[in-house]
Design a protein around this ligand. Structure first.
Ligand code: GLN
Length: 537
């Protein structure tokens, strides 16, 4: 039994993917959270991978990492950025995890000789999981986002288990996100929404609330049609319009009284007032920033797929909102930089340069060139994970005279392996989950950029890497002026490095993963301040 009456909101998507279900889920969660409810989101992904660790960012977008080291879908980044809360790996249910559990139980004989079936064994497993997350988090409301679209084979059994949970408990609403396309004449078409809802109804589920994505504002006529054909009251059909920034959506849905509708259907106090002032203030900084936007270059490898660096981009948005300046994120393909003869012509327009995380050889020399340019021209530099490793490689080559110094990830035979495999990773040959993953402590030295940013000596940031600064070279690097401003206390892994002559700071952790609109990553804020100063603002 649940300790208290926990409510469930199940969010499904229809017609096509990419409608922004994660942002809708996060926005609904936010409207509850700002009213003092304890909320926890769950995401179901139907793929048979156990987690996202082995997925290519080109195909799937960024792999996000939680404190406990679970590698999850990038929607978790959105949840955390909206809710300003760290989630646990239990909030991520995948097809792979479910089948792994079922098969493990079967092998242990836990099904007592029965044949193991989708219903009830798999569906029970799901219902228990979802309810346990609610219990463990002492949640008032659990939001369950169903990945994929209604009608996919991959999520059919999950949707069936949500139907059963509703049948058993009733403390649940179904929110269906749909798309209303417009013909070239401008006429909006509600038929796909009608048919998508029929599809959900044929699975035994009547949506209680419908949100529609469309190019223009949802017309009253479309709202009426959707209501009539889908059996959803007009006041429960909401407009999910194009917004300037995703962080605006909670405000937009609040104006449409979405909470009142939820409160009525879930028997929550309808008069609870939201505290959205701080959120609103930061959103207004994003929408109407002061001054000329700062041009920040992200020198990466997956720049064609912007989602591959979504947390970096969002951390920039948060920090720009915090220092109240405009932001122009510019994507620079590292492999292109390798070809340019005059690096200055390629980089001189930027107020700050970032080298984000990455794997594999392509574009590495281009990134090193960008770092050298930033250091020599005093352009504020921020390195993240690989961006720290390459900052060290550049320093070793150009300041410490270690010609061709490199990471053994890129040159196994380098004479100066300034970046090398972590000892604990060396024995592991299997792929998934073989990295230093999750939150680790960083001890920060005083009088450093890192200390100015965090204002404390001990922080925890999230990691995902196999290589680290080779301890054998730390003395030579620091003697020549590189500042090691933070280490991991247990085995002295270099966590943060800095330049002395100009603003340059790099972290072994992916500090972007803990940046939230209401609590931006402190080092990003310092970087943005430095970029602002350089731009003369
Ligand atoms: N490829 C590097 C490593 O494995 C950096 C990883 C990263 O940037 N996330 O250590």
């Amino acid at each position: 039994m649940l300790a208290k009456k926990t409510r469930f909101i199940v969010i499904t998507g229809s017609i096509m993917s990419g409608l922004g279900k994660g942002i809708v889920t996060s926005s609904i969660a936010k409207l509850l959270e700002v009213r003092g409810f304890k909320v926890v989101p769950i995401k179901f992904d139907g793929y048979l991978n156990v987690d996202c660790g082995t997925m290519n960012p080109f195909r799937h977008g960024e792999v996000f990492v939680l404190d406990d080291g679970t590698e999850v879908d990038m929607d978790f980044g959105t949840y955390e950025r909206f809710l300003n809360k760290s989630l646990s790996g239990m909030c991520s249910i995948t097809g792979g995890k479910l089948f792994q559990r079922i098969i493990e139980k079967e092998r242990k004989g836990e099904y007592l000789g029965r044949d193991v079936q989708f219903v009830p064994h798999l569906t029970d497993e799901i219902k228990n999981w979802v309810q346990n997350v609610g219990k463990e988090n002492d949640a008032d409301v659990v939001l369950v986002e169903v990945g994929g679209t209604v009608g996919d084979m991959e999520n059919s059994y999950f949707i069936e288990s949500m139907r059963q949970l509703y049948f058993e408990k009733h403390n649940m609403v179904f929110v269906q996100l749909t798309y209303v396309p417009s013909l070239s004449s401008g006429e909006p078409k509600t038929k796909p929404t009608q048919q998508a809802t029929r599809l959900l109804q044929s699975l035994g589920i009547q949506p209680n609330i419908i949100l529609t994505r469309e190019q223009e504002k949802l017309s009253e006529e479309s709202r009426k049609k959707i209501s009539l054909y889908c059996s959803v009251p007009e006041e429960a059909v909401f407009d999910d319009p194009m917004v300037g920034t995703v962080y605006e959506l909670p405000l937009v849905l609040e104006k449409q009284n979405l909470y009142k509708q939820l409160a009525r259907q879930l028997e929550l106090d309808p008069n609870k007032e939201p505290d959205l002032k701080e959120w609103q203030r930061r959103v207004s900084h994003i929408i109407e920033p002061k001054g000329t936007p700062l041009k920040i270059a992200i020198v990466g490898k997956y720049t064609a797929v912007k989602d591959a660096y979504i947390s970096v981009k969002e951390a920039l948005v948060h920090s720009a909102a915090a220092v109240n300046c405009g932001l122009d994120v510019c994507w620079v393909e590292a492999s292109e930089l390798e070809k340019v003869a005059d690096i200055s012509s390629a980089l001189k327009q930027y107020d700050g340069i970032i080298v984000p995380g990455g794997f594999g050889t392509r574009g590495i020399e281009g990134k090193i060139k960008a770092i050298q340019y930033a250091r020599e021209n005093k352009v504020p530099y921020l390195g993240l994970c690989l961006g720290l490793q390459l900052m060290v490689v550049e320093y070793a080559r150009n300041i410490c005279g270690m010609k061709d110094a490199n990471s053994t990830e890129f040159d196994k035979k380098t004479k100066y392996p300034v970046i090398d495999m972590l000892p604990e990773q060396q024995q592991i040959s299997r792929m998934g989950g073989t990295m230093r993953l999750g939150a680790y402590e960083c001890m920060i030295s005083k009088n450093t950029i890192a200390h100015t940013a965090y204002k404390k000596e001990k922080v925890e940031e999230r990691h995902r890497h196999r290589y680290e600064v080779n301890p054998e070279y730390v003395k030579q690097l620091t003697e020549k002026g590189l500042v090691i401003s933070a280490i991991h206390p247990k085995n002295n892994i270099v966590e943060i490095a800095e330049w002395k002559e100009s603003f340059g700071v790099a972290t072994q952790a992916h500090i972007e993963w803990k940046s939230r609109l209401e609590e931006p990553a402190p080092i990003f804020v310092e970087f943005m301040k430095a970029a602002k100063t350089r731009a003369g603002q």
